[in-house]
Write a protein that binds this ligand. Structure first.
Ligand SMILES: Cc1cc2nc3c(=O)[nH]c(=O)nc-3n(C[C@H](O)[C@H](O)[C@H](O)COP(=O)(O)O)c2cc1C
Length: 339
């Protein structure tokens, strides 16, 4: 099934939830959290999109890079391309229950696995959300990364045990969900984690721990000090705090602060393979795609997800040929035009 057809079908199924705008920039859905939009004025989501849009690439076709390799490694695992699925979850609260959480999550994880990469999975106040990620991980032999809300340490560790049993390749905590009111309403408080708490979480497992929701070099360095193996430069797709900068704006200084010590992942507003190359050039090792996955699953299930990854990878490869980038690790500032 073609990508336009998948989007057409998703538009039908997501009527009243997501408009599938030609430019998915956070303007039409501002304030729609719960839902698919950005929190408050929508400025954090909009800034993600705008910050990426303002980055320009140097077109250069005088070189010998005719067949770039997209392969990359994360925590010793081989990925077909440097693109992973961001955790997008919560069918009941965000998608009016139009799809069952297990089905929604499995399509993301299996689609990613069959395409040669891995998906992150989510957590929420409804127990079925985290459970769906664990079931999906088991279904693909563990090739996924459960992300746990910043709960009390004992509750985080209990969920890490579940991820370990499922054979997950890593686990993460979306620290930027520390202010989620609906978690508290559901009797599952979340909040900021101290360095000592983060250290005890990292010490509790052999799995690599990813800290998702890092927007400053200070937070990235604390994640390193705590024993984490990666950070995701992310503002939760603009869903956590209104008026934060776009992730492409803060990525270079964060990447510079922890380069060689932590894997740097980034998300926010990625809609094409060209966007992926921009993030790689700004210092990310791998890039996550979020909202387009929702369209892929609603519009085409596992096949829809595979089609999305194929499209992004093809666009990335073309962009690498047209900038002379032989592989993801060779992307850097030299690919970027100063504007
Ligand atoms: C509907 C929805 C649900 C999400 N659920 C989670 C979640 O459970 N855990 C998490 O870490 N991030 C969650 N996120 C944030 C994404 O992982 C990611 O950071 C963000 O969507 C990236 O921006 P993009 O959608 O513009 O690509 C969610 C995002 C959306 C849109």
């Amino acid at each position: 099934m073609s990508w336009p057809k998948i989007k057409e079908q998703a538009r039908e199924k997501l009527r009243g939830i997501c408009r599938l705008c030609p430019n998915c920039d956070g303007r039409s859905c501002a304030g729609e959290v719960t839902g698919i939009g950005g929190v408050g004025t929508g400025s954090s989501f909009i800034n993600n999109y705008e910050a990426l849009r303002k980055i320009h690439l140097n077109l250069d076709a005088l070189h010998s890079v005719t067949d770039p390799s997209l392969k990359t490694r994360l925590f010793g695992h081989s990925l077909a391309f440097p693109i992973l699925g961001a955790a997008v979850a919560g069918c009941k609260i965000n998608f009016q229950g139009r799809m069952n959480e297990d089905e929604f999550c499995l399509a993301q994880v299996q689609g990613a696995h069959e395409a040669g990469t891995v998906a992150l999975t989510g957590d929420a106040g409804h127990a079925e959300v985290f459970a769906a990620g664990i079931k999906a991980a088991k279904a693909v032999g563990g090739a996924s990364i459960p992300i746990i809300k910043p709960r009390e340490v004992a509750d985080i560790v209990a969920r890490i045990r579940e991820a370990e049993e499922a054979g997950a390749i890593a686990v993460g905590i979306d620290i930027d969900a520390a202010g989620l009111v609906n978690m508290r309403l559901l009797g599952q408080p979340v909040g900021p984690l101290s360095l000592a708490e983060l250290k005890s979480v990292c010490r509790s497992t052999e799995l690599p721990v990813i800290i998702k929701g890092v927007m400053t070099p200070k937070a990235a360095l604390l994640a390193y000090e705590a024993g984490a193996r990666a950070v995701v430069v992310s503002n939760h797709g603009g869903r956590a705090l209104d008026h934060t900068p776009g992730t492409a704006t803060v990525l270079p200084e964060i990447a510079q602060a922890v380069r060689g010590r932590l894997a740097v992942m980034a998300d926010g507003g990625v809609r094409s393979g060209v966007d992926v190359l921009k993030f790689l050039s700004l210092g990310a090792d791998v890039v996550l795609v979020g909202r387009p996955l929702v369209w892929a699953v609603f519009g085409g299930g596992v096949e829809g997800v595979k089609t999305l990854y194929t499209k992004l990878a093809e666009e990335l490869k073309t962009a690498m040929i047209l900038t002379g980038c032989p592989n993801p690790s060779q992307a850097g500032k030299h690919l970027l035009a100063i504007s």
